[in-house]
Design a protein around this ligand. Structure first.
Ligand code: SF4
Length: 342
């Protein structure tokens, strides 16, 4: 499958949570959890979204499904503007867009059997007769490497890895086009993580799925993604193919994240960039480039001017003055359409 047809387009997506204070509970500010994120996901592609906790990656994932309503921006899925749909239209569309959650135990109802949990999405969408639904439950359990008799068991009777397989099976029940997986393996042992990621890749090939994989661990995202977007303090700061991001990261934040990833060869020495200080509060982000308080390459302009996401090499976008300053006046920087990646 050629991965050039857009399935999901996200433009300038924002989520600002109001901060209230005083006796009257008046709004005194905003927490800018997501502040103008734009990207496109092509059919059959896996887009990884990475960043430290609190960078807004999970809020972004939830806004795509409208589990959280956005403050501003546009999400278009398969030609339909998700952000403009009525609740009824949205419910129908959710058949095609499913989510896999971080904690498989918390997301599975402990009082229901696995069979009942897996049948539920089909019931909600009115798909199939009772016999057909039960048949699909058995098929899906086998597809994700479990057995049909597991349908009679309860979530607590499974290991963490098995529970995440159940979470994946539940997401697949309605035959979706897009799966958003929020930290799908971070609650699992390292030895189980690769099994679940391999399963996701196999299912992608088998069913032509498109994935958005949200993770704080660059290793996880590298394993599975075609392209990777890096988020910092509610904004996307770099977006490119997995290969380019790991071989030649442009943004100093990405470079710092990568320098912190352990390498298996103890004799291999890589330059380490140690970030100073904590992530600033999203209720009071620094002016200009929000990374300037921690950036080892900060220049004067960084405190004053917000860097735009620009294409510096083919398909390699970054928001950093290091490159715009270098190329100031040159025409080769193509601004991203609508502030977003194409
Ligand atoms: Fe660092 Fe400036 Fe680039 Fe921000 S814009 S990442 S502060 S060099």
């Amino acid at each position: 499958m050629t991965k050039t047809q857009p399935l999901l387009q996200v433009e300038n997506l924002k989520k600002h949570f109001p901060v209230r204070g005083g006796v009257l509970g008046k709004q005194v500010g905003n927490v800018k959890a997501v502040d103008g994120v734009s990207f496109t996901v092509n059919k059959g592609e896996t887009l990884g979204i990475v960043g430290e906790s609190g960078c807004g990656k999970s809020t972004t994932g939830r806004m795509l499904l409208r589990l959280i309503e956005s403050t501003e921006g546009k999400v278009v899925f398969d030609g339909k503007e998700v952000t403009a749909l009525s609740q009824n239209e949205l419910r129908k569309l959710r058949r095609d867009m499913q989510m896999v959650f971080q904690d498989p135990f918390a997301s599975l109802n402990p009082r229901h059997t696995v069979g009942k949990i897996l049948e539920e999405p089909l019931k909600v969408h009115g798909i199939g007769s009772s016999a057909e639904r039960k048949k699909r439950v058995k098929e899906l359990l086998e597809t994700v490497g479990l057995s049909s008799y597991h349908a009679k068991r309860y979530p607590h009777q499974f290991s963490g890895g098995q529970r995440q397989r159940i979470g994946i099976a539940r997401a697949l029940m309605t035959r979706p086009k897009l799966i958003i997986a929020d930290e799908p393996v971070s609650a699992l042992d390292v030895s189980i993580q690769s099994q679940v990621l391999n399963l996701m890749q196999d299912l992608q090939k088998e069913f032509g799925l498109t994935y958005i994989v949200i993770a704080h661990d660059l290793g996880v995202v590298r394993h599975i993604s075609d392209r990777v977007g890096v988020m910092y303090l509610g904004k996307m700061v770099e977006l490119t193919t997995s290969e380019k991001l790991y071989d030649k990261p442009l943004h100093p934040y990405t470079q710092a994240l990568l320098s912190a990833v352990p390498v298996p060869d103890p004799l291999f020495k890589k330059d380490s960039i140690v970030l100073q200080g904590d992530i600033p509060s999203p209720s009071n982000p620094p002016p200009g480039c929000t990374f300037h308080t921690r950036c080892p390459f900060k220049m004067d302009v960084c405190e004053k001017k917000v860097p735009q996401m620009l294409e510096h090499e083919e398909g390699h976008y970054a928001a950093c003055h290091l490159y715009t300053e270098e190329k100031q006046g040159a025409s080769q920087n193509k601004e991203m359409v609508g502030g977003g990646a194409v």
